[in-house]
Design a protein around this ligand. Structure first.
Ligand code: MUC
Ligand code: MG
Length: 372
């Protein structure tokens, strides 16, 4: 008889960050991941991860709600269902549960990991095959201190770990943020690309002022300068400036992407498995973007190794992405819960080899960092 899903366990795992990570809406000292262990009747276990930023500071799902909603609502829908029909599992979750994209992403990841292990294929192979096996990865400078950020950037460059940097701004007045960014860009010169992520903190008038100054300072990409739902404003900014806009919180799935594209947005989309409800959903968004001539960027919600590996398997199936990726989540954490961390080198990261995600848990570390 073919395998069915037998048991779904969720764990809250708290890992400290290597330094405070300061964003416009919160400062993180710890990252909380929801780890999913999906056991199947053929004895195979699939791993998944659902992770967000700063409790409820970033979006409507918190780590605790992700766990609770999986345990109470989503897992019971999957128990007893055939293990290998990913499309049917996804349709079932979407039919009975609205929203909860991060929880759905964690479950789809676990189902894909198990199916890959079952068939002896990597997740990228299950998705049609990898076109890249080493992906570029930028680093986010967000210590909150200009001098520290500059030192950190030079260290990363010297280690050949990252050659592009994203600066988190929006917590300070516009002029102070612009000064901070311009000082970092001036220090790095042509050695590195510098982008900013405002995480929705500006109104449109502040954005016009800020982006003008950032463009003059040589910044190459402006991520989500204004609130997520202000699509018309984002399109106006994209039309107004030479420096491209990167839509992040504004674009969760293919429908958002289609709406922005149809209304004349140009620039790029940040793809995140967590926003799109999983790997299949994020690839649908990527294909809409490609059809519309919108650039791609492999985004993170600062997932640990499991969520990062899952994202890499999805990105690997795409053509080279215009703006590379930011899949550095595991590097921001002081420790890991997997036996073999991802291999970061040569300004990027290797796609882990399968089967499945190509990741295995370190049970001692998992037990140590799991919330009791
Ligand atoms: C975001 O909004 O892009 C990605 C990198 C980082 O530092 O924060 C995230 C979230
Ligand atoms: Mg962002």
């Amino acid at each position: 008889m073919s395998s069915v899903i037998e048991k779904i366990e969720t764990l809250l795992v708290d890992l400290p960050t290597i330094r405070p990570h300061k964003l416009s809406m919160t400062t993180m000292a710890c990252q909380t991941m929801v780890i999913v262990r999906m056991r199947h009747s053929d004895g195979i276990e699939g791993l998944g991860e659902g992770t967000t930023i700063g409790g409820l500071a970033y979006g409507p799902e918190s780590p605790e709600s992700i766990k609770r909603n999986i345990d109470t609502y989503l897992a019971p829908l999957l128990i007893g269902q055939p293990s290998g029909n990913l499309n049917a599992l996804r349709a079932r979750l979407n039919r009975h549960v609205r929203g909860n994209a991060i929880a759905k992403s964690a479950l789809e990841t676990a189902a894909l990991d198990a199916q890959g292990k079952r068939l002896g294929l990597s997740v990228a192979e299950l998705l049609g095959g990898a076109r890249q096996d080493h992906l570029p990865v930028l680093w986010t400078l967000a210590s909150g201190d200009t001098r520290k950020d500059i030192d950190e950037a030079f260290q990363r460059l010297d280690e050949r770990r990252h050659c592009d940097f994203k600066l988190k701004i929006g917590a300070n007045p516009v002029d102070r943020d612009v000064e901070h960014v311009a000082a970092i860009k001036a220090a790095l010169g042509d050695r590195a690309g510098v982008r900013v992520d405002v995480n929705q903190a500006w109104g449109e008038a502040s954005a016009v002022r800020g982006i003008q100054a950032l463009q003059e300072a040589g910044i190459e990409l402006i991520e989500q300068p204004i609130p997520a739902r202000e699509h018309a404003g984002l399109i106006r900014l994209a039309r107004r400036f030479r420096v491209p806009m990167l839509a992040d919180e504004a674009v969760a799935d293919a429908r958002d992407g289609l709406d922005l594209a149809a209304r004349g947005f140009s620039g790029a989309f940040a793809l995140k498995i967590a926003k799109s409800g999983g790997l299949q959903g994020v690839l649908e968004l990527a294909h809409v973007a490609q059809a519309a001539g919108i650039g791609l960027y492999g985004g993170t919600l600062l997932e640990g190794s499991i969520g990062t590996a899952a994202s890499l398997h999805a990105w690997a199936t795409l053509d080279e992405m215009t703006w590379g990726t930011e899949m550095f989540g595991p590097l921001l954490l002081k420790d890991d819960i997997v036996t073999q961390p991802l291999n970061y080198h040569a300004f990027g990261v290797d796609l882990p080899a399968g089967p499945g995600l190509g990741i295995s848990l370190d049970e001692d570390k998992l037990a140590h960092y799991s919330r009791k």
